[in-house]
Design a binder for this molecule. Structure first.
Ligand code: SF4
Length: 339
């Protein structure tokens, strides 16, 4: 990896499955050693982006660069040296771990597939180290996945992803299949490992409350495109795009009083089908402040003083519509003000 190259660079990434336009022109970069959270509802295309990054999918168009190298069209053999640089943790450890293999073989599998020429003893040592890194005892190498809890199984998935010391980890909803009681501990583990080992991370989630603890930057996807991208503080404290504002208004707050006081923005309807995205701004069918031009003109993703945003109503200084205020006013009109 050349000095100065980002860990990941996506340029105009497109992934279509027949008529389904799952990803439609996503450009992003993740600097080395930093975490970018890719956020959106299910159906936004965020997991498809993750699968293109690790080349489980071959993109329809656009480029994927890992550490400065274009890996978009590399065949299996030429891709092998780069496989070491990027790993993925999936949402559900129950289906991503082979139930017939012992934990030691599962965690050691990437080392075998990468053909690093390691002896069995060296492989076992690295597997043991990886298990300890994720807070498990070395002895669990002899167990099978079904003998472990959901949280332990996800730790095994993380050990498998990190055993080859990747420079980039794609974490695809790594806590959402887990019991609420263990979600925080797995999230903390990922944050600690990222800080200690210094890998870059594409953290894919629908849960904006998780983003606060792990991300340096946040990018928001809607129907296959990016609608907002900025630093964590900018996006979480003063979101520009109406969709980001609505998502944030629905994320649970730790303080119950703040939670009760907050006005939630309810979006009308479901996310439209990616086979026939709405014309103009793709969000216009659900946007509380949509105007006539939004139905015909596509808002480009452009730079403002507070990050990148795709909305006609946001000015260059980042100021724009406040859909939470609009929601408050609408509620007051419908039901009368509480004051
Ligand atoms: S461009 Fe129009 S429809 Fe799209 S988010 Fe902005 S105001 Fe809403």
């Amino acid at each position: 990896m050349e000095t100065g190259d980002p860990a990941l660079e996506l340029a105009d990434l497109v992934m279509h499955f027949g008529p389904v336009r799952a990803v439609d022109g996503v450009s992003l970069r993740i600097e080395r050693g930093t975490v970018l959270a890719l956020v959106g509802e299910s159906g936004s295309g965020k997991s498809t982006v993750g699968r293109c990054v690790v080349r489980l999918l071959a993109p329809t168009a656009g480029t994927v660069r890992l550490g400065g190298t274009d890996v978009t069209h590399l065949g299996r053999r030429r891709l092998r040296p780069h496989r070491r640089d990027v790993s993925i943790v999936f949402q559900d450890p129950a289906s991503s771990l082979d139930p017939r293999l012992q934990v030691g073989d599962i965690v050691g599998e990437p080392l075998r597939l990468l053909r690093l020429g390691l002896s069995r003893a060296e492989r076992d040592r690295r597997v043991g180290d990886a298990l300890e890194q994720v807070g498990l005892r070395r002895q669990v190498a002899q167990r099978y996945p079904h003998e472990m809890s959901g949280g332990q199984r996800q730790r095994v998935s993380i050990a498998r992803a990190l055993v080859s010391s990747p420079r980039l980890l794609v974490a695809d909803e790594p806590t959402s299949a887990l019991d609420v009681s263990v979600q925080a501990s797995v999230l903390n583990l990922l944050a600690d490992l990222q800080r200690d080992l210094g890998f870059a991370c594409l953290f894919i989630t629908h849960d904006l409350s998780a983003v606060e603890y792990v991300a340096d930057e946040v990018a928001v996807m809607y129907l296959g495109t990016l609608v907002e991208h900025g630093t964590r503080e900018a996006v979480l404290d003063a979101p520009m795009h109406p969709y980001t504002q609505a998502l944030l208004s629905a994320a649970p707050l730790p303080d119950p009083r703040a939670q009760r006081a907050r006005r939630r923005v309810l979006l009308d309807g479901e996310i439209p089908s990616p086979t026939a995205p709405p014309p103009g701004c793709r969000f216009h069918t659900r946007c509380p402040v949509a105007q006539d031009r939004c139905r015909t003109e596509v808002p480009p993703l452009r730079a403002t003083a507070r990050g990148r945003v795709a909305c006609h109503l946001v000015a260059d200084d980042g100021t724009g519509p406040d859909v939470r205020r609009v929601a408050r006013e609408e509620t007051a009109l419908r039901y009368g003000s509480r004051r």
